[in-house]
Design a protein around this ligand. Structure first.
Ligand code: KIV
Ligand code: ZN
Length: 512
């Protein structure tokens, strides 16, 4: 396996640190199951000590997902490590991933510890992890701005203490590909017993070089890539899994490296994430964007017709972009519906199947053919909703051209179990709707983002609305899907209000 690259996916941890990308337990579980199908080697399911919600999510994923390693993140602190182990220990091959900063800047200003203290903390921390499991990864945070000889001491200490993976992150996305590869090579070549560990990289995208830096390091000997779906992550994000995997596959001649990613599952995985966090994939995004395989210019179309390799370096099928042939509509039976959902990675119990079957029938009355994206939206609407404090019952909206009666909305909803009714005006129909809902729930929030996306083609397409609300230090995202975009807007708004209420109750550290 000398030339094999291990994929470590941190969508559920670093990815979730991306503003507005909070996921609930059910959503995380579904994504983790999809990652099993995708063939990732390790998933970092969360940071158990950061919040009770993260702890529960990591524990549930470790208990339920098989066929891959589940890792939890921990600082180099006894209580973090113990907590992390409690969460991951039920997993098949659980991993504890600890980190500590090693750059002069971080040691002096963030940790306020001397380099010698840091070396001691690393040794003690790794030994504590090893008392639980041999599957230990150590990350030298801000490695790309650390002294290279100090990094060798750090790696040596961690390896001696028992770490089997040494991760060198470009935490702030500062490195340049050749420089980063040279640093990783230096550490591998100058750390005693470096052959006892797998070297890993974790590159952020602040200068748009996350993927380039990852690939450069893999080329010279790193064998684990820490990545996220769609490249989501802290600030500008992380190196994107689909881009790294396809670069290794398409340019096998150049890298000479193998991996276990099932590339046909790339698009379904990225699409699932995008639906889950309510963030559309940009059209021009490599591998999974709407336009990644679209050929617009006449010259290109002509070339494609003569030989597709003139303008295509990989097929849409190779990344899972061919549509499914099993059409779901009004006349589909329960088994067909179950099997379609299972094919998309959702394991449903009988109650969930009943709920979805009803929802499929209802939607099929308004829309002839249901595509995977429509079905995925139904799962998010009907199954993954968090227990709601606010529940929308009916909306009615009147548009206006500005003369006479202004745009008007009437809403009936439940607030803490009590039915409330209200009506009001706004600058436009969405504004009217949101004003009435805000009045009924009795709270003010700032609308940070409103976006609407037609799921699948046709005028009967489902409209998917994403709303981001801000209230003081808390931000929450909500989604709603419906063939009527005003109903979808109201659902998204209420969904965001419910998420906000939940975040505030939990005092979710990362988001509040
Ligand atoms: O960016 C970073 O350094 C991290 C570490 C915790 C691995 O996310
Ligand atoms: Zn990171």
């Amino acid at each position: 396996m000398r030339n094999h690259v291990y994929f470590f996916d941190t969508t559920l941890r670093d990815g979730e640190q991306s503003p507005g990308a909070t996921m609930n337990l059910q959503e995380k579980l579904a994504l983790a199951r999809q990652m099993e199908k995708l063939g990732v080697d390790v998933i970092e399911a969360g940071f158990p000590a950061s919040s009770p919600g993260d702890f529960e999510a990591v524990k549930a994923i470790a208990a339920q997902v098989r066929g891959l390693q589940v890792a939890g993140l921990a600082r180099c602190l006894e209580k973090d490590i113990d907590h992390c182990w409690e969460a991951v220990k039920v997993g098949e091959n659980p991993r504890i991933h600890i980190f500590l900063s090693t750059s002069p800047l971080h040691m002096e200003y963030k940790l306020r510890n001397s380099p010698e203290d840091v070396i001691k903390m690393i040794g003690d921390g790794v030994r504590r992890c090893v008392s639980y499991t041999g599957n230990v990864e150590f990350s030298a945070e801000d490695a790309s701005r650390s002294d290279r000889d100090f990094l060798c001491r750090v790696a040596e200490t961690a390896i001696k203490a028992g770490a089997r993976v040494i991760n060198l992150p470009d935490t702030v996305g500062y490195a340049q590909p050749e420089e980063f590869a040279a640093l990783v090579r230096y550490v591998i070549e100058n750390t005693p017993q470096s052959d006892k560990a797998i070297f890993s990289v974790h590159c952020h995208d602040d200068l748009g070089l996350g993927v380039a830096n990852t690939l450069a390091a893999l080329r010279i000997g790193a064998r684990q890539a820490e990545v996220t779906l769609n490249g989501i992550g802290e600030r500008a994000g992380n190196a994107s899994l689909e881009e790294v995997a396809m670069a290794l596959s398409v340019r096998r001649d150049y890298f000479g490296l193998t991996h276990s990613i099932v590339t046909e599952q790339l698009y379904p995985s990225c699409r699932m994430l995008s639906m889950t966090i309510g963030r559309p994939i940009p059209g021009h995004k490599a591998i999974v964007g709407e336009n990644a395989f679209a050929h617009e210019s006449g010259v290109h179309q002509d070339g494609m017709l003569k030989n597709r390799e003139t303008y295509e370096i990989m097929t849409p099928q190779s990344v899972g972009r061919a549509g499914s042939s099993l059409v779901i509509g009004k006349h589909s039976g329960r088994n067909a519906v179950r099997s379609r959902f299972e094919g998309m990675g959702f394991k449903l119990d009988e109650t969930e199947l009943n709920v979805l079957f009803e929802a499929v029938k209802k939607l099929a009355d308004r829309k002839k053919t249901l595509h995977d994206d429509d079905l995925m939206a139904l799962v998010h609407e009907e199954i993954y909703r968090m227990p709601d404090r606010y529940r929308l019952r009916h909306v009615s909206v009147q548009s206006s051209d500005g003369g006479g009666v202004p745009p008007t909305a009437a809403v009936i909803m439940d607030v803490d179990g009590q039915e409330k009714r209200g009506a009001g005006f706004g600058a436009g129909p969405v504004d009217a709707l949101f004003n009435v809902i805000a009045d009924l729930v009795g709270r003010e929030t700032e609308l940070e983002q409103y976006s609407i996306n037609a799921i699948t083609g046709g005028t009967d397409a489902l409209g998917e609305v994403t709303v981001r609300l801000n209230a003081g230090a808390c931000t929450a995202t909500g989604r709603g899907a419906h063939p009527d975009i005003l109903v979808a807007s109201a659902r998204a708004y209420v969904n965001a209000l419910n998420s906000l209420a939940k975040l505030e109750t939990e005092k979710h550290e990362k988001n509040c």
